[in-house]
Ligand binder design. Structure first.
Ligand SMILES: Nc1ncnc2c1ncn2[C@@H]1O[C@H](COP(=O)(O)OP(=O)(O)OP(=O)(O)O)[C@@H](O)[C@H]1O
Ligand SMILES: [Mg+2]
Length: 271
Protein backbone atom coordinates (compact mmCIF):
# COMPACT_ATOMS: atom_id res chain seq x y z
CA UNK A 1 0.00 0.00 0.00
CA UNK A 2 1.32 3.46 -0.85
CA UNK A 3 1.78 6.16 1.77
CA UNK A 4 -1.04 7.99 0.09
CA UNK A 5 -3.39 5.04 0.42
CA UNK A 6 -2.55 4.66 4.09
CA UNK A 7 -3.18 8.36 4.49
CA UNK A 8 -6.62 8.18 2.92
CA UNK A 9 -7.65 5.12 4.89
CA UNK A 10 -6.48 6.63 8.13
CA UNK A 11 -8.29 9.83 7.43
CA UNK A 12 -11.49 7.92 6.76
CA UNK A 13 -11.18 5.97 9.98
CA UNK A 14 -9.82 8.64 12.30
CA UNK A 15 -12.28 10.83 14.14
CA UNK A 16 -11.60 14.54 14.15
CA UNK A 17 -10.13 16.06 17.27
CA UNK A 18 -11.97 19.34 16.88
CA UNK A 19 -10.75 22.79 16.00
CA UNK A 20 -7.32 24.04 17.00
CA UNK A 21 -8.77 26.18 19.77
CA UNK A 22 -9.02 24.01 22.89
CA UNK A 23 -8.62 20.86 20.78
CA UNK A 24 -7.59 17.75 22.59
CA UNK A 25 -4.37 16.21 21.37
CA UNK A 26 -4.28 13.58 18.66
CA UNK A 27 -3.42 10.40 20.57
CA UNK A 28 -1.36 7.64 18.97
CA UNK A 29 -0.83 4.42 20.94
CA UNK A 30 2.07 2.27 19.74
CA UNK A 31 1.28 -1.30 20.74
CA UNK A 32 2.01 -4.93 19.91
CA UNK A 33 0.93 -8.42 20.83
CA UNK A 34 4.44 -9.86 21.07
CA UNK A 35 7.12 -8.06 23.05
CA UNK A 36 10.45 -6.80 21.77
CA UNK A 37 9.24 -5.88 18.28
CA UNK A 38 10.44 -2.26 18.42
CA UNK A 39 7.56 -0.27 19.97
CA UNK A 40 9.74 1.86 22.24
CA UNK A 41 12.26 2.71 19.52
CA UNK A 42 9.47 3.58 17.10
CA UNK A 43 7.36 5.56 19.61
CA UNK A 44 10.37 7.59 20.80
CA UNK A 45 11.55 8.43 17.30
CA UNK A 46 8.05 9.09 15.94
CA UNK A 47 7.52 11.53 18.81
CA UNK A 48 10.82 13.24 18.05
CA UNK A 49 10.14 13.36 14.31
CA UNK A 50 6.76 15.03 14.93
CA UNK A 51 8.36 17.48 17.36
CA UNK A 52 10.91 18.40 14.69
CA UNK A 53 7.92 19.31 12.51
CA UNK A 54 7.08 21.88 15.17
CA UNK A 55 4.21 19.89 16.61
CA UNK A 56 3.94 20.09 20.41
CA UNK A 57 4.43 16.47 21.38
CA UNK A 58 4.21 14.46 24.58
CA UNK A 59 5.78 11.02 24.69
CA UNK A 60 3.89 9.03 27.34
CA UNK A 61 5.53 5.87 28.61
CA UNK A 62 2.60 3.50 28.99
CA UNK A 63 4.71 0.48 29.86
CA UNK A 64 3.76 -0.22 33.46
CA UNK A 65 6.32 -2.99 34.08
CA UNK A 66 9.53 -1.99 32.34
CA UNK A 67 9.33 1.55 30.99
CA UNK A 68 12.18 2.37 28.61
CA UNK A 69 11.40 5.70 26.96
CA UNK A 70 13.58 7.75 29.34
CA UNK A 71 16.49 5.35 28.79
CA UNK A 72 16.31 5.86 25.03
CA UNK A 73 16.75 9.60 25.60
CA UNK A 74 19.37 9.17 28.35
CA UNK A 75 17.40 11.09 30.99
CA UNK A 76 16.23 10.34 34.55
CA UNK A 77 13.11 12.43 35.17
CA UNK A 78 12.41 12.93 38.88
CA UNK A 79 8.64 12.66 38.54
CA UNK A 80 7.06 9.57 36.99
CA UNK A 81 3.65 8.70 35.57
CA UNK A 82 3.01 6.24 38.41
CA UNK A 83 3.24 9.08 40.94
CA UNK A 84 0.71 11.06 38.90
CA UNK A 85 -1.76 8.15 38.73
CA UNK A 86 -1.52 7.70 42.49
CA UNK A 87 -2.00 11.43 43.11
CA UNK A 88 1.40 11.70 44.86
CA UNK A 89 2.52 14.47 42.53
CA UNK A 90 0.86 16.83 40.06
CA UNK A 91 1.20 16.17 36.33
CA UNK A 92 3.39 19.24 35.82
CA UNK A 93 5.98 17.85 38.23
CA UNK A 94 6.31 14.74 36.09
CA UNK A 95 6.59 16.38 32.68
CA UNK A 96 10.21 16.34 31.57
CA UNK A 97 11.27 18.59 28.72
CA UNK A 98 13.41 16.81 26.12
CA UNK A 99 13.50 19.72 23.70
CA UNK A 100 11.40 22.86 23.16
CA UNK A 101 8.56 20.94 21.45
CA UNK A 102 8.88 17.51 23.07
CA UNK A 103 8.08 16.48 26.65
CA UNK A 104 8.27 13.08 28.28
CA UNK A 105 5.98 11.51 30.85
CA UNK A 106 8.24 8.70 32.02
CA UNK A 107 7.28 5.49 33.81
CA UNK A 108 8.71 3.84 36.91
CA UNK A 109 10.07 0.31 36.75
CA UNK A 110 8.17 -2.31 38.72
CA UNK A 111 4.73 -0.78 38.46
CA UNK A 112 1.65 -2.68 37.50
CA UNK A 113 -1.34 -1.92 35.36
CA UNK A 114 -3.38 -1.98 38.60
CA UNK A 115 -1.64 1.30 39.51
CA UNK A 116 -3.45 2.94 36.64
CA UNK A 117 -7.19 2.30 36.58
CA UNK A 118 -9.08 3.56 33.51
CA UNK A 119 -10.36 6.67 35.30
CA UNK A 120 -6.79 7.73 36.18
CA UNK A 121 -5.58 7.22 32.62
CA UNK A 122 -8.47 9.23 31.22
CA UNK A 123 -7.88 11.97 33.78
CA UNK A 124 -4.18 12.08 32.86
CA UNK A 125 -5.05 12.38 29.17
CA UNK A 126 -7.57 15.14 29.88
CA UNK A 127 -4.96 17.01 31.92
CA UNK A 128 -2.45 16.61 29.05
CA UNK A 129 -5.08 18.04 26.70
CA UNK A 130 -5.18 21.18 28.81
CA UNK A 131 -1.38 21.58 28.39
CA UNK A 132 -1.83 22.31 24.67
CA UNK A 133 -0.08 19.32 23.13
CA UNK A 134 -0.88 18.61 19.48
CA UNK A 135 0.07 14.96 19.69
CA UNK A 136 0.46 12.40 22.46
CA UNK A 137 2.50 9.34 21.47
CA UNK A 138 2.06 6.42 23.86
CA UNK A 139 4.77 3.78 24.12
CA UNK A 140 2.60 0.88 25.24
CA UNK A 141 3.60 -2.36 26.93
CA UNK A 142 3.35 -5.55 24.89
CA UNK A 143 0.29 -7.72 25.33
CA UNK A 144 -3.17 -6.98 26.56
CA UNK A 145 -3.14 -6.03 30.22
CA UNK A 146 -6.07 -3.82 31.21
CA UNK A 147 -4.09 -0.56 31.29
CA UNK A 148 -2.53 -1.25 27.90
CA UNK A 149 -5.90 -1.89 26.28
CA UNK A 150 -7.35 1.15 28.02
CA UNK A 151 -4.65 3.37 26.50
CA UNK A 152 -5.58 2.00 23.07
CA UNK A 153 -9.25 2.68 23.79
CA UNK A 154 -8.34 6.32 24.54
CA UNK A 155 -6.25 6.65 21.37
CA UNK A 156 -7.35 8.19 18.09
CA UNK A 157 -5.02 5.76 16.36
CA UNK A 158 -3.59 2.48 17.65
CA UNK A 159 -0.54 1.45 15.70
CA UNK A 160 0.10 -2.28 16.02
CA UNK A 161 3.78 -3.07 15.48
CA UNK A 162 4.71 -6.45 14.03
CA UNK A 163 7.75 -8.06 12.46
CA UNK A 164 7.76 -10.72 9.75
CA UNK A 165 8.04 -13.58 12.26
CA UNK A 166 4.96 -15.82 12.52
CA UNK A 167 4.90 -15.41 16.31
CA UNK A 168 4.66 -11.65 15.96
CA UNK A 169 2.03 -11.83 13.18
CA UNK A 170 -0.18 -14.22 15.18
CA UNK A 171 0.13 -12.05 18.30
CA UNK A 172 -0.62 -8.88 16.30
CA UNK A 173 -3.84 -10.54 15.13
CA UNK A 174 -4.58 -11.53 18.75
CA UNK A 175 -4.23 -7.93 19.91
CA UNK A 176 -6.35 -6.58 17.03
CA UNK A 177 -9.05 -9.10 17.95
CA UNK A 178 -9.04 -7.89 21.57
CA UNK A 179 -9.11 -4.25 20.45
CA UNK A 180 -12.06 -4.94 18.18
CA UNK A 181 -13.94 -6.37 21.15
CA UNK A 182 -13.55 -3.07 23.02
CA UNK A 183 -15.67 -0.14 22.02
CA UNK A 184 -13.23 2.28 20.50
CA UNK A 185 -13.68 5.18 18.18
CA UNK A 186 -10.06 5.33 17.09
CA UNK A 187 -8.50 3.83 14.00
CA UNK A 188 -6.12 0.89 13.74
CA UNK A 189 -2.95 0.84 11.68
CA UNK A 190 -0.16 -1.66 11.13
CA UNK A 191 3.56 -0.85 11.24
CA UNK A 192 6.01 -3.53 10.17
CA UNK A 193 9.46 -3.37 11.73
CA UNK A 194 12.78 -5.09 11.28
CA UNK A 195 12.33 -6.17 7.67
CA UNK A 196 14.48 -5.82 4.58
CA UNK A 197 12.23 -3.85 2.26
CA UNK A 198 8.72 -2.75 1.32
CA UNK A 199 7.91 -6.17 -0.22
CA UNK A 200 8.42 -7.79 3.19
CA UNK A 201 6.16 -5.17 4.79
CA UNK A 202 3.44 -5.74 2.19
CA UNK A 203 3.77 -9.48 2.75
CA UNK A 204 3.23 -9.09 6.51
CA UNK A 205 0.32 -6.71 5.92
CA UNK A 206 -1.24 -9.25 3.56
CA UNK A 207 -0.95 -12.02 6.15
CA UNK A 208 -2.41 -9.90 8.95
CA UNK A 209 -5.27 -8.74 6.75
CA UNK A 210 -6.04 -12.23 5.50
CA UNK A 211 -6.97 -13.08 9.09
CA UNK A 212 -8.53 -9.77 10.15
CA UNK A 213 -10.71 -9.54 7.04
CA UNK A 214 -11.84 -13.15 7.25
CA UNK A 215 -12.52 -13.36 10.98
CA UNK A 216 -13.00 -9.76 12.14
CA UNK A 217 -14.28 -8.05 9.01
CA UNK A 218 -11.52 -5.45 9.46
CA UNK A 219 -8.90 -4.08 7.09
CA UNK A 220 -5.82 -2.73 8.85
CA UNK A 221 -3.93 -0.20 6.69
CA UNK A 222 -0.15 -0.28 6.64
CA UNK A 223 0.89 3.07 8.09
CA UNK A 224 4.60 2.48 7.78
CA UNK A 225 7.51 0.08 7.80
CA UNK A 226 10.98 0.30 9.27
CA UNK A 227 13.86 -1.78 7.91
CA UNK A 228 16.37 -3.61 10.05
CA UNK A 229 19.17 -1.13 10.63
CA UNK A 230 22.16 -1.64 12.88
CA UNK A 231 22.12 2.08 13.68
CA UNK A 232 19.05 1.36 15.83
CA UNK A 233 21.09 -0.69 18.26
CA UNK A 234 23.86 1.90 18.14
CA UNK A 235 21.41 4.64 19.13
CA UNK A 236 20.05 2.60 22.04
CA UNK A 237 23.52 1.85 23.35
CA UNK A 238 24.49 5.53 23.22
CA UNK A 239 21.11 6.58 24.68
CA UNK A 240 20.51 9.18 22.00
CA UNK A 241 17.47 8.76 19.72
CA UNK A 242 18.15 7.49 16.23
CA UNK A 243 16.69 10.55 14.53
CA UNK A 244 19.06 12.77 16.48
CA UNK A 245 22.08 10.56 16.04
CA UNK A 246 21.70 9.11 12.56
CA UNK A 247 19.00 11.04 10.71
CA UNK A 248 20.24 9.74 7.37
CA UNK A 249 20.00 6.11 8.41
CA UNK A 250 17.42 3.94 6.65
CA UNK A 251 15.42 3.33 9.82
CA UNK A 252 15.34 7.03 10.77
CA UNK A 253 14.15 7.99 7.30
CA UNK A 254 11.44 5.32 7.39
CA UNK A 255 10.19 6.59 10.75
CA UNK A 256 10.20 10.15 9.40
CA UNK A 257 8.01 8.99 6.50
CA UNK A 258 5.50 7.55 8.98
CA UNK A 259 5.66 10.77 11.00
CA UNK A 260 4.90 12.72 7.81
CA UNK A 261 1.81 10.54 7.23
CA UNK A 262 0.65 11.15 10.82
CA UNK A 263 1.33 14.85 10.45
CA UNK A 264 -0.99 14.98 7.42
CA UNK A 265 -3.68 13.00 9.24
CA UNK A 266 -3.37 15.40 12.17
CA UNK A 267 -3.68 18.42 9.88
CA UNK A 268 -6.81 16.89 8.32
CA UNK A 269 -8.38 16.10 11.69
CA UNK A 270 -7.93 19.73 12.75
CA UNK A 271 -9.80 21.15 9.74
N1 LIG B 1 14.46 -1.45 12.87
C1 LIG B 1 15.29 -2.06 13.72
N2 LIG B 1 16.53 -2.42 13.30
C2 LIG B 1 17.38 -3.05 14.15
N3 LIG B 1 17.10 -3.37 15.42
C3 LIG B 1 15.89 -3.03 15.88
C4 LIG B 1 14.93 -2.34 15.08
N4 LIG B 1 13.84 -2.12 15.82
C5 LIG B 1 14.09 -2.63 17.04
N5 LIG B 1 15.32 -3.18 17.09
C6 LIG B 1 15.95 -3.87 18.23
O1 LIG B 1 14.92 -4.56 18.92
C7 LIG B 1 15.08 -4.40 20.31
C8 LIG B 1 13.72 -4.20 20.95
O2 LIG B 1 13.24 -2.90 20.67
P1 LIG B 1 12.23 -2.15 21.63
O3 LIG B 1 12.74 -2.13 23.01
O4 LIG B 1 11.88 -0.87 20.99
O5 LIG B 1 11.00 -3.19 21.54
P2 LIG B 1 9.64 -3.12 22.37
O6 LIG B 1 8.59 -3.65 21.46
O7 LIG B 1 9.43 -1.77 22.93
O8 LIG B 1 9.92 -4.15 23.54
P3 LIG B 1 8.99 -4.38 24.85
O9 LIG B 1 7.85 -5.24 24.37
O10 LIG B 1 9.90 -5.11 25.77
O11 LIG B 1 8.54 -3.06 25.35
C9 LIG B 1 16.00 -3.23 20.52
O12 LIG B 1 16.96 -3.60 21.45
C10 LIG B 1 16.61 -2.92 19.19
O13 LIG B 1 17.98 -3.19 19.21
MG1 LIG C 1 9.08 -1.15 24.92
Amino acid sequence: MSEQAADILLREQTPGTGGAEGARPFVVAVSSGKGGVGKSVIAANLALALALKQRRVLLWDGDFDYPNAHILFGVEPRGRANDVYSGRIKLDAALHSLNPTLDLLAGKTGGTTKDAPPAQLRETLDALGRRGYDVVVIDNAAGSQDGTIQLCVLADLSIVVATDEPTSIVDAYGLIKILKAHSREGALGLLVNNIIDRDDADDVAKKVNLATEKFLDLHIPLVGFVPYDRMVRQSIVSQAPLIEQARDSEAAQAIELTAATLDRVLAESRR
